[in-house]
Design a binder for this molecule. Structure first.
Ligand SMILES: Cc1ncc(COP(=O)(O)O)c(C=O)c1O
Length: 369
């Protein structure tokens, strides 16, 4: 197999991905290659990754528990810190119980893998995250997708199914920033006796969770919570079922207990609400200023604000221009987004200043001309 040929093709098609090495903490200001940049492509929406109180809690966690968990949850890796965090997450989401996973990716694989053999059909929103698509491939059921956020399309597809089903949606769509219609999906799930599963990776901490009774809720902790990991919340029996049946839960090392101590602090800060108010004010400011500049913003009231430019080459060149001007904004290209919808994916954080947002948008206006 000629890997170099594959790599050349990716470069020719402007689809080659590369990593930039950051030399500072994750924050609104970061250093890359010795250059200081304003960071507009972090999922650290509440600016908690480098928050003094979260860092302090992390250090205390290390002092108490050491660096690593040493084993999977079902062997000796489930510490009091993990247990306390699960309890706090269950309480915050008002669910019977919560279960920690190492990442959101494995949590999604974990839910599907446990349900293998229990489901006859799955219907997913067309713009769901890659981890949900990969999870679907795990369970030997066809990948069936309804049109994005389109209830009519979902209903039409449900009419053709039989047996136990599951409707799956991102809560806040990761590349578009818009939100699923959870209340409408709940009604449809009820009518067809299907499970409803939502992946709230980008809403958790930013919006109040809306979790219908007996549905499945997954959220990540590496984004607004500023740490790492993920959890599934639901009724007690479902969580116990995951512990017994979910291979991506059973056969992996538990995350560091110190991370759980840090995340407990993040959760306190989320509940206290100050960072969230700052973020929501920034989102408002961003949208008003973009409209004043006549920028083509999308219908999103979340921290994710995409500007669709079309061709991958154009998105890359705009991102490079912004980088040279001191702003870090990622260009998102196919296959992460549909063909011809390459975009600048701007993400806002609580600690951005309005001045930084203003400067960014003036540069963006110039970069996408
Ligand atoms: C919607 C969605 N779900 C799941 C994940 C995976 O979460 P994690 O990064 O914790 O693996 C992501 C990550 O970007 C995401 O956007």
């Amino acid at each position: 197999m000629d890997f170099s040929k594959i790599l050349i093709t990716l470069k020719d098609e402007h689809l080659y991905r590369s990593r930039r090495i950051t030399e500072s903490a994750q924050d609104t200001q970061i250093v890359i290659d010795g250059k200081s940049l304003i960071n507009f492509c972090s999922n650290d929406y509440l600016s908690l990754a480098n928050h003094p109180l979260v860092k302090e809690a992390f250090k205390q966690g290390v002092d108490q528990y050491g660096a690593g968990s040493g084993a999977s949850h079902l062997v000796s890796g489930h510490s009091k810190a993990h247990h306390d965090l699960e309890g706090a997450l269950a309480e915050y989401t008002r669910q019977g119980r919560a279960l920690l996973f190492s990442t959101g990716y494995t949590a999604n694989l974990g839910i599907f893998s446990a349900l293998k053999g229990e489901l006859n059909w799955v219907l997913q929103d067309k713009l769901n995250h890659a981890s949900l698509i990969d999870a679907n491939h795990l369970i030997e059921l066809p990948l069936q997708r309804y049109l994005h956020n389109n209830i009519e399309s979902l209903e039409k597809k449900i009419a053709k199914q039989s047996g136990q089903g599951m409707i799956v949606t991102d809560t806040v769509f990761s590349m578009d920033g818009d939100q699923a219609k959870i209340n409408e999906l709940e009604k449809i799930a009820k009518k067809s006796d299907a499970f409803l599963m939502q992946d709230d990776a980008h809403g958790f901490g930013v919006f109040k969770p809306n979790i219908p009774k007996n549905s499945i809720y997954m959220a990540t902790l590496g984004k607004a919570a500023g740490t790492m990991g993920a959890f599934v919340a639901g009724n007690e029996d479902f969580i116990e079922f995951l512990i017994q049946k979910s291979r991506p839960y059973i056969y992996t090392t538990a995350i560091s207990p110190a991370l759980c101590v840090a995340t407990l602090k993040s959760l306190e800060l989320i509940k206290q609400g100050e960072q969230k108010s700052k973020l929501l004010a920034n989102i408002d400011f961003f949208r008003n200023f973009s409209t004043a500049l006549d920028l083509p913003i999308e219908n999103s009231n979340s921290a994710i604000q995409p500007l669709i430019v079309g061709a991958s080459e154009k998105a890359l060149s705009a991102s490079k221009k912004l980088f040279d001007a001191g702003f870090y904004v990622s260009a998102i290209r196919p296959p992460t987004v549909p063909k011809d919808t390459a975009r600048l994916r701007i993400t806002l954080s609580a600690n951005h200043t309005q001045g930084q947002i203003e400067q960014l948008l003036m540069q963006v206006k110039d970069a996408i001309q």
